[in-house]
Design a protein around this ligand. Structure first.
Ligand SMILES: [Mg+2]
Length: 135
Protein backbone atom coordinates (compact mmCIF):
# COMPACT_ATOMS: atom_id res chain seq x y z
CA UNK A 1 0.00 0.00 0.00
CA UNK A 2 1.09 3.54 -0.77
CA UNK A 3 0.08 6.68 1.08
CA UNK A 4 0.74 10.38 0.96
CA UNK A 5 0.91 12.39 4.17
CA UNK A 6 0.17 16.06 3.58
CA UNK A 7 1.01 18.14 6.61
CA UNK A 8 2.87 21.41 7.15
CA UNK A 9 3.77 20.81 10.80
CA UNK A 10 6.98 18.82 11.21
CA UNK A 11 5.99 17.09 14.45
CA UNK A 12 2.54 16.10 13.21
CA UNK A 13 4.14 14.81 10.02
CA UNK A 14 6.60 12.61 11.91
CA UNK A 15 3.80 11.27 14.06
CA UNK A 16 1.64 10.35 11.08
CA UNK A 17 4.64 8.73 9.45
CA UNK A 18 5.27 6.68 12.56
CA UNK A 19 1.63 5.55 12.68
CA UNK A 20 1.50 4.57 9.03
CA UNK A 21 4.94 3.26 8.19
CA UNK A 22 4.26 -0.28 9.37
CA UNK A 23 1.23 -0.48 7.06
CA UNK A 24 2.32 1.48 4.05
CA UNK A 25 5.00 3.18 2.00
CA UNK A 26 4.69 6.84 2.92
CA UNK A 27 5.45 9.91 0.85
CA UNK A 28 5.37 13.35 2.40
CA UNK A 29 4.12 16.69 1.14
CA UNK A 30 4.35 19.88 3.19
CA UNK A 31 1.50 21.79 1.54
CA UNK A 32 -1.29 21.50 -1.01
CA UNK A 33 0.93 22.45 -3.93
CA UNK A 34 3.35 19.62 -3.18
CA UNK A 35 0.43 17.27 -2.60
CA UNK A 36 -0.97 17.87 -6.07
CA UNK A 37 2.50 17.50 -7.57
CA UNK A 38 3.00 14.17 -5.77
CA UNK A 39 -0.49 12.99 -6.70
CA UNK A 40 -0.04 13.82 -10.37
CA UNK A 41 3.39 12.15 -10.49
CA UNK A 42 1.99 8.98 -8.94
CA UNK A 43 -0.88 8.87 -11.45
CA UNK A 44 1.54 9.47 -14.35
CA UNK A 45 3.81 6.71 -13.04
CA UNK A 46 0.87 4.32 -12.85
CA UNK A 47 1.58 3.93 -9.15
CA UNK A 48 -1.30 5.83 -7.58
CA UNK A 49 -1.74 6.39 -3.86
CA UNK A 50 -4.21 4.25 -1.96
CA UNK A 51 -4.58 6.79 0.80
CA UNK A 52 -3.98 10.50 1.36
CA UNK A 53 -3.98 11.98 4.86
CA UNK A 54 -4.65 15.64 4.32
CA UNK A 55 -4.22 18.52 6.74
CA UNK A 56 -6.39 21.57 6.05
CA UNK A 57 -4.48 24.56 7.44
CA UNK A 58 -1.30 24.80 5.37
CA UNK A 59 0.56 27.58 3.56
CA UNK A 60 0.45 28.08 -0.23
CA UNK A 61 -2.58 25.85 -0.76
CA UNK A 62 -4.83 24.49 1.95
CA UNK A 63 -6.11 20.92 2.20
CA UNK A 64 -9.59 21.62 0.92
CA UNK A 65 -8.27 23.28 -2.22
CA UNK A 66 -5.88 20.37 -2.69
CA UNK A 67 -8.75 17.89 -2.26
CA UNK A 68 -10.78 19.64 -4.95
CA UNK A 69 -7.79 19.65 -7.29
CA UNK A 70 -7.11 15.94 -6.66
CA UNK A 71 -10.72 14.98 -7.43
CA UNK A 72 -10.55 17.19 -10.54
CA UNK A 73 -7.39 15.42 -11.75
CA UNK A 74 -9.02 12.03 -11.14
CA UNK A 75 -12.04 13.00 -13.18
CA UNK A 76 -9.86 14.37 -16.01
CA UNK A 77 -7.88 11.12 -16.03
CA UNK A 78 -11.00 8.94 -16.01
CA UNK A 79 -10.24 7.60 -12.55
CA UNK A 80 -13.57 6.72 -10.95
CA UNK A 81 -15.29 4.69 -8.27
CA UNK A 82 -13.09 2.33 -6.30
CA UNK A 83 -9.99 3.48 -8.18
CA UNK A 84 -10.23 6.90 -6.56
CA UNK A 85 -7.81 7.57 -3.75
CA UNK A 86 -9.21 7.44 -0.22
CA UNK A 87 -8.78 10.78 1.51
CA UNK A 88 -8.79 11.28 5.26
CA UNK A 89 -8.75 14.90 6.43
CA UNK A 90 -6.52 15.23 9.51
CA UNK A 91 -7.02 18.66 10.96
CA UNK A 92 -7.48 20.75 14.08
CA UNK A 93 -10.57 22.34 12.52
CA UNK A 94 -13.80 20.83 13.83
CA UNK A 95 -16.43 23.33 12.72
CA UNK A 96 -19.30 22.07 10.59
CA UNK A 97 -18.38 24.30 7.62
CA UNK A 98 -15.04 22.48 7.30
CA UNK A 99 -16.38 19.02 8.11
CA UNK A 100 -19.39 19.22 5.77
CA UNK A 101 -17.43 21.14 3.15
CA UNK A 102 -14.67 18.52 3.07
CA UNK A 103 -17.16 15.67 2.62
CA UNK A 104 -18.90 17.64 -0.11
CA UNK A 105 -15.53 18.11 -1.79
CA UNK A 106 -14.91 14.38 -1.72
CA UNK A 107 -13.08 13.22 1.39
CA UNK A 108 -13.99 9.78 2.81
CA UNK A 109 -13.21 10.46 6.45
CA UNK A 110 -12.45 13.32 8.79
CA UNK A 111 -10.27 13.01 11.89
CA UNK A 112 -9.87 15.93 14.27
CA UNK A 113 -6.39 16.38 15.76
CA UNK A 114 -4.76 15.11 17.82
CA UNK A 115 -4.98 12.12 15.48
CA UNK A 116 -5.40 8.92 17.47
CA UNK A 117 -3.61 5.97 15.92
CA UNK A 118 -6.56 3.66 16.65
CA UNK A 119 -8.93 5.94 14.79
CA UNK A 120 -6.64 6.16 11.80
CA UNK A 121 -6.19 2.39 11.63
CA UNK A 122 -9.94 1.90 12.00
CA UNK A 123 -10.64 4.14 9.01
CA UNK A 124 -8.05 2.32 6.94
CA UNK A 125 -9.73 -0.97 7.82
CA UNK A 126 -13.14 0.52 6.93
CA UNK A 127 -11.79 1.30 3.47
CA UNK A 128 -10.44 -2.24 3.12
CA UNK A 129 -6.89 -0.91 2.87
CA UNK A 130 -5.75 -3.09 5.75
CA UNK A 131 -7.28 -6.00 7.58
CA UNK A 132 -9.34 -5.10 10.58
CA UNK A 133 -7.28 -5.44 13.70
CA UNK A 134 -8.84 -6.85 16.81
CA UNK A 135 -8.11 -4.76 19.87
MG1 LIG B 1 -1.42 22.60 9.36
Amino acid sequence: MKCLIVEDDFTARKLMQRYLSSYSDCDIAADGVEAIEAFRLAVDDNAPYDLICLDIMMPNMDGRQALKAIRQIESECGIAGLDCVKVIMTTALDDSENVMGSFREGCEAYIVKPVAKDKLIEEMANFGLIEAVSK
